[in-house]
Design a protein around this ligand. Sequence first.
Ligand SMILES: Cc1ncc(COP(=O)(O)O)c(C=O)c1O
Length: 390
Amino acid sequence: MTIPIPAEDPRHVPNRAVIDPSAITQNTRALGTLLEEQTALMAVVKADGYGHGMLTAARAAIEGGATWLGVAHPASALALARADLDAQILTWLYEPHTAQIVLPEVLRSGVDVAVGSPEMLQLVAAAAREADRRARVHLKIDTGMGRNGVLPWQVREMGAAIRDDDFLQLTAAWTHLTSAEDPEGPATDQQAELFDSACEALEDEVGPIPLQHIANSAATLTRPDLHRDIVRPGIALYGYPPVPADVPLRPAMTLSSRLALVKEVPEGHSVGYGRIHRTSRATTLGLVPIGYADGLHRTASDSIDVLVRTQSGDRRVPQVGRISMDQIVVDLGPETAARAGDEVVLFGDAGGEPDAPSAPTADHWARAAETIPYEVLTSVSGRVTREVRA
Ligand SMILES: Cc1ncc(COP(=O)(O)O)c(C=O)c1O
């Protein structure tokens, strides 16, 4: 028996992740301008659309020109298939126990499946027989990631096994890049060379490979030679290019809360667990009811700003002391117009006046927490209400 967590009523909670689908649509369109006409765009909407809501992200990306959707888990692929969206779906990560249950349904729903080992091929072949459907297989080649994928010297054998089984159809060969932060570096070139020679061997065995795909966001932005038939951007769709981008991209998620209280404290007052912060002067502290249980990174404690929207305008103020489970403290300064109930933007697009201070981004949080924006976005927890901007 599974036990659902009782849902909290969003009207009773101040914390909001506001999702702007038009940002995802525009970001998808912007990436599309980099592609040759024959190259398709697979929007990667795994991990609940990088925390933005999978269906919201999928619909917005399709609106922007995506014709494929990519997710890790078959369960997510099924949820997408049931939404009856106008896109081909690919799923790439499963294990035998649940695959036996879910893969037949996945195949019946017309979803493509990735295969990254001989054992996965057996699972897909069995599921295809059960579903009485020919499985469209994307053969994953491990060119250096060391995760899912067959090694280059296994592709002939895998290709032959696919060719010889009437329930299997080789739809694509693909790989995943290890070094998104350095798409022009030698690691990427080495992966591309390994992939190309594995594809040659595969074609030698089974004939033309209908589709090839390699490029994540970084390679979509910087490596047209790796675009091939489909690109698979994720993070860039949500407004966070992992490398400098020549196309306009904007964040699609804004995380906000409200001040719970505002109080004056003397110089030298300690703040939070472990007293890692003491006020350097008499000041006003603001308490914000959002913490690491909502997805803020505790390792960013005492080294990030937030935006407070007061009656007299927006102000960037430092977060001080350790980030707690449910709350953070901000230093509003000795003179402040801030009042309990004022909005606090943790990151995203506050939509203020052009000359007003802007909110921090998930990139700022990532730098402060020594992580990546991917983790910042996907960490926003289930107790934060997602609101879709109309
Ligand atoms: C297989 C695969 N393709 C594409 C992506 C998208 O990568 P990015 O978000 O860096 O664009 C991911 C994300 O990790 C992935 O796992």
